[in-house]
Ligand binder design. Sequence first.
Ligand code: ADP
Ligand code: MG
Length: 651
Amino acid sequence: MKIIDLKNIKKTYHLEKLDIPVLHGIDLEIEQGEFVAIMGHSGSGKSTLLNILGLLDKPSEGSYKLADVEVSHYSDNELAALRNYYLGFIFQQFNLLSKLTILENVALPTIYSSKNGMHEDSVKLLNMVGLSDRLNHRPNEISGGQQQRVAIARSLINKPLIIFADEPSGNLDTKSTKEIINILKNLNDSGITIIMVTHEPDLTTYATRIITVQDGLIISNKKTVEKTNNSKKQTATFKHKTFSFTRIKDYFVEAIRALKSNKTRSILSILGVMIGVASLIAVLAVGMGAKKSVQELVASLGSNILMVSAGAPKRGGISIEADSYMGFKVEDIYDLKRNVAGIKVVVGYATGRAQVVANGRNYNTILEGVSPDYADLKNSHPSRGRFFTETENIEKKKVVLLGKTVINEIYGDENFNPIGEYIKINRIDFQVIGVLPVKGSSGWRDEDDKVTMPLNTALQRVLGTVYLNYMDVQVRDDADMDEVSESIITRLLFTHRMPASQRDAIKVWNMVEIQETMSQTTRAFSLLLGSIAFISLLVGGIGIMNIMFVSVSERTKEIGLRKAIGANNADILFQFIIESIFVCCIGGFVGIIFGSIASLIISKFAGWSTVITPFSIVLAFCFSGFTGLIFGVWPAKKASKLSPIEALRYD
Ligand code: ADP
Ligand code: MG
């Protein structure tokens, strides 16, 4: 049966300005089971013809029937499948992949066919070519003749109909040449069609037909042996590949192998992505931490609270000097409560530094003088002892409540019970009546590092001033915050005899407003940091792309070989994309670890609260995989589009 039927095949190479016609109209019929030797001078077009016959290259013109099927207009992927199922190749340069073992090299074509479990077959074939003791060696550990025998075993793994060999002994010594030609003869005897290019007449001993090519034409075509041909009819049909997990697994194995074989480069590209992901994680942690502390702060303050503070009034944006400074006094507390509708509680604050002396120790902390309603308003009831009363406030009693940190500093034990102890605050004797509830640290400051005493005591006995720092106003549930806020300003301007033009001297903060302002600030901050993280991820991605391009051009020959033995465009595309995604995911993984460590360090040393959520981890990981996809596509596409024969020829 006719296995190959060429009619008027022409091939012209198109260079930039030049057309080089190489084949000028080849007609050729080859029967199944023949051993064809193609001879001719160098440059006569032998390889060009063989590449067209082997479906590695397409003719410019003419008809090619392979096993009765016209294939000259087949797509790249269809040709790849045909090569994989029906054709085997042996090249002058062997073209083994140096990173794979000999056994893996032989099994390579099976990655691209739907056949599985070819391990045994590979071993059998290596046994047949006499290399069963070298299965796990690398190609560079064996001789040229042995490498070519591996290549023969590889060409046989998918049980081809035809084997193409382009000067298979061109790089070999006489002894190896003999071995190779004997193997080819045995294969031919077993029914496989062999088409071999050579210019050594010695090699044609076993050929059943010798074809001579000269200047792109067949000038002689002699049958030396009449082959009896009783093989059954074959048609070149093939299955389109179906998706399978084993294939994905194979891509992964290939990707890992590629990464391992270039460790420094892999580590550098992982590093690029790692930095991006780590900063992303840290930024998310800081941003979420800031948001959380704002929320906690506001929750601790209460949403129905207005903060009233006095500042120097402004005219045209410029602060007026201190003579018109408006200070609140204790009377304002009672006046507001009495005269402004909708107010439930007013708490005044006077703060300063306190030098606490007791138990032979000395400690500087924050002093806070507050109205007795403070405990209710702030839900800050003592964990031990009691809060002071209104009477104690009016009578300026020297009583004090201590925060946990202060107790620890003075008594060396935060669980010490100081109730009833006498301590000196700024040289004045105080009696401890309670312990403040533990608040922890809010963002930047330790809330437990303070002492709290009656407002009047603080003002008149310790601080020596009449002015409050600010007031908190709790609004009744049925009152409108804005209205109350307006009434407070009006009332204060009235009692302080100030014109309406100076209303800027009084600031009334709504806690919800404060929350909004703060979250706006944190949001802007997060956005800024986030864009820095994004840019570093982008830079990492471009690094990946760069390295993938290097990898593609370095492995062009490998890509050519893979395509020759049946990889289609998608196989190559996926192999490189998966490699790139894989690098990025490793970078992502390491980055998440480093980013988390960085967040911990930030919260430990800078005192910012940071929050790492599963969401930010998943987000960062997806982002890194996505980076791999985005920046891997272009190089992978470039790799997948290479023509097999041009890639094989690449140096
Ligand atoms: P052979 O194998 O008989 O030595 P080839 O088939 O490799 O010869 O080449 C035949 C001619 O075609 C040569 O003149 C060569 O320069 C030319 N040729 C081969 N490949 C290309 C190519 N990719 N681009 C341009 N010219 C080519
Ligand atoms: Mg050649």
